[in-house]
Design a protein around this ligand. Structure first.
Ligand SMILES: [Zn+2]
Length: 397
């Protein structure tokens, strides 16, 4: 029983060396002239309003709101350099990590000013709508057009549009447009529903179950490239990302790229490494993104679209603790919305009242606790901290 539970990021690390192609974003830009040298800049935190268009044919692809909010949590912790993985990096690598000073929220008003939840759902009869394109040049993605069975974009200068729709099996997981692509009706990101948010129960590729596919794609949306190039020189045109000749998969922090004579930063979000091993954007990438926002997406820097702000509380209460999914097949996320760093004791009991696992977890803003169960049954999770205690029953099938 000793190893009945473990935090998911260590569990998923065992999938190192498994392979998968994360991303279908293709760079077809103007190379050098896009990326002039950038002076460091300082600015305040910006918030980008997001709308999710969920276009589904099978009800299993009509993913619940909880997956969307867990995705926003992942984006916000990754772009604010608050994620757990940073703790496991060497101090040298950790010093490369930048707080991107970008946050994401669900839009609270639509382009006409009408209140919305920022999560829109559409039934469609088109099979594999996420990967269907017209044969025209440039092609149109079916999922991004109402008359092709999908959903039209909201004003792409003021909203980040994310379309969620089934991808053909074996295809890539997601795809983004770059800021300079200049295709307003297509601008944004499309992604397979299995890779939205934390989905450790249902993701067919467990190494991509922690919501970092969208962190990667939003990087493209904001002007970042993959860091590899055959010449070991150009790469992503960012100075503080080491050169590498090809993508790396799994979790290989010590890998040496012999062709380029360097150690790649495989923990960079723009790599193809497993979700559990991705940890950071660099300061150079932060500068690039800000320049891209100024040049191509200025209305994201200065927009007045209101958004839903998650509420935080001092104490553990029924309202600010979310445990999902429940019932579950093997893993559970505990989402605590506390307004200060807190030490939370997590205890798990079986139905006889016997304590079978416990730990104290430091909880930051929006950081979920992930638990993995290897045995089915009914359990009670007790959370203690910030002058309160909560008990929840969970069913593992
Ligand atoms: Zn990519």
């Amino acid at each position: 029983m000793k190893n009945l539970f473990s935090v998911v990021f260590t569990l998923i690390a065992t999938t190192a060396f498994s392979q998968g192609v994360r991303c279908g974003t293709v760079f077809s830009g103007k190379l050098d002239e896009l990326f002039i040298s950038h002076a460091p800049v300082s600015r305040s935190v910006i918030t980008i309003p997001v709308v999710f268009h969920i276009v589904w044919r099978d009800s299993s692809d009509n993913i619940p709101d909880a997956r969307i909010t867990s995705q926003l949590d992942v984006l916000n912790t990754d772009f604010r350099a608050l994620n757990d993985q940073l703790k496991y990096l060497s101090s040298a690598k950790r010093s490369l990590a930048a707080d991107m000073e970008i946050e994401f929220c669900l839009a609270a008003v639509d382009p006409q000013g009408i209140p919305t939840t920022g999560i829109l759902r559409y039934k469609s009869e088109v099979e594999n709508i996420g990967t269907q394109n017209t044969p025209t040049i440039p092609s149109k993605a079916f999922i991004k057009h109402k008359n092709l069975g999908g959903a039209d974009a909201w004003d792409t200068q003021r909203y980040l549009n994310i379309w969620v729709g089934k991808f053909q099996d074996g295809a890539i997981l997601a795809e983004s447009k770059f800021p300079w692509d200049n295709l307003p009706e297509e601008d944004g990101i499309r992604i397979d529903p299995a890779y939205v948010g934390v989905n450790c129960n249902g993701s067919p590729k467990k190494q991509f179950a922690l919501g970092r596919t969208l962190t990667h794609e939003v990087g493209h949306y904001l002007g970042l490239l993959h860091p590899w190039s055959a010449d070991c020189a150009t790469g992503d045109y960012v100075e503080d990302t080491p050169p590498q000749r090809c993508p790396y998969y799994g979790c290989m922090p010590q890998v040496m790229d012999d062709a380029c004579g360097s150690v790649p930063l495989v923990e960079n979000f723009m790599q193809f490494s497993d979700d559990a091993c991705l940890a950071l954007f660099t300061h150079g990438q932060k500068e690039r993104v800000y320049q891209m926002l100024l040049q191509y997406r200025p209305l994201l820097l200065n927009n007045n679209i209101s958004c839903f702000k998650p509420t935080f509380a001092d104490r553990l209460t029924e309202d600010n603790v979310r445990i999902y999914p429940n019932p579950t097949s093997h893993c559970i996320s505990i989402d605590l919305r506390l307004n200060r760093e807190s030490d939370i004791k997590v205890e798990i009991f079986d139905t006889s009242g016997k304590l079978i696992w416990k730990d104290v977890v430091k909880v930051l803003l929006l950081r979920p606790i992930e638990l993995s169960f290897t045995q089915s049954g009914i359990y009670f999770i007790r959370l203690t901290g910030n002058e309160n205690t909560l008990v929840r029953k969970v069913v593992v099938m």
